[in-house]
Design a protein around this ligand. Structure first.
Ligand code: OOG
Ligand code: MG
Length: 262
């Protein structure tokens, strides 16, 4: 850790206020070039603590920047991990209010719910398979608090990996019935296909993102509890949306997820 505790608290408040008041901010590494990875995750943890103290439940964990398309889009090479809160949930077919957001983008994600705890180090795909209760599709709406969606890895980690809204839809399926690597995903905006990919776009297998999350938490003495909803990361690059847009993600074998931006 390079930053003082008081600075961690101040930066968490700065970033969370930007989220809650829907205004953009400048990158925090600009003023704090010496901050390290622990500082970045500590700022994110403080944002989580603030939300939970206010009564918001943490309802899931996420991996981000796990697909080559996203890594290329954002110019980075390692995944990041964050959390999602109850108030970020939007019903399938529901409305996303753009007035509450800065510059939302959508991305289709393969998600799982665990039935047993997962703890690193040494967590691998087989361990994740054994701990998977079921698979379910979702669309994540990310909304970086940084101006023009431009950030470095430490800044985006501190900003809770741009978490903003998410829509779970489609149908749940047992992992045994699916091959996540060849599972196709088509993303449409206003009836037009804007991107497509298969599950292998995410680290070769989306379950690898869950193993990496368990190993990341293991380093911090934490684990993924049983019953955790986990988003494995966008399979394609994220697509900028605006009020009036209709978004539909079609997942092979898992049904579809939709929402309107108003
Ligand atoms: C960071 C969040 C990335 C994903 O699925 O790749 C993410 C960002 O791109 O703003 O959630
Ligand atoms: Mg995502």
């Amino acid at each position: 850790m390079k930053l003082e505790k008081a600075t961690i608290l101040k930066l968490a408040e700065y970033l969370e206020n930007a989220e809650l008041q829907a205004h953009d901010v400048t990158m925090i590494t600009g003023d704090h070039p010496d901050m390290d990875w622990d500082d970045a995750y500590s700022i994110q943890e403080e944002i989580r603590r603030r939300k939970e103290a206010r009564g918001n439940k943490t309802v899931g964990l996420k991996a981000g920047l796990t697909s080559f398309a996203k890594m290329k889009q954002m110019g980075v090479s390692v995944p990041v991990f964050g959390f999602i809160s109850d108030y970020m949930s939007v019903l399938d077919g529901g409305e996303v209010k753009t007035a509450e957001l800065i510059h939302p983008k959508v991305e289709a994600e393969i998600c799982i719910v665990t039935k047993a705890p997962l703890r690193g180090p040494g967590c691998n795909i087989a361990a994740v398979m054994a701990a998977t209760d079921f698979v379910v599709p979702a669309v994540e709406i990310i909304d970086s608090r940084y101006r023009d969606f431009k950030f470095d890895l430490k800044s985006v980690i501190a900003d809770n990996t741009s978490s903003s809204r998410f829509v779970i839809g489609g149908r749940m399926r047992n992992l045994e019935e699916l091959d996540l690597r060849t599972l196709g995903v088509v993303l449409e905006v206003n009836g037009e296909i804007v991107s497509m990919a298969t599950g292998a776009a995410v680290l070769g297998n989306p379950l690898a993102a869950v193993a990496m999350l368990a190993n990341h938490l293991g380093e911090r003495g934490q684990e993924i509890p049983a019953g955790t909803f986990i988003m494995t990361g966008g399979v394609t690059e994220a697509i900028l949306v605006k009020a009036g847009d209709n978004v539909l993600a079609r997942f092979q074998d898992l049904g579809s997820v939709s929402m309107r931006f108003v």
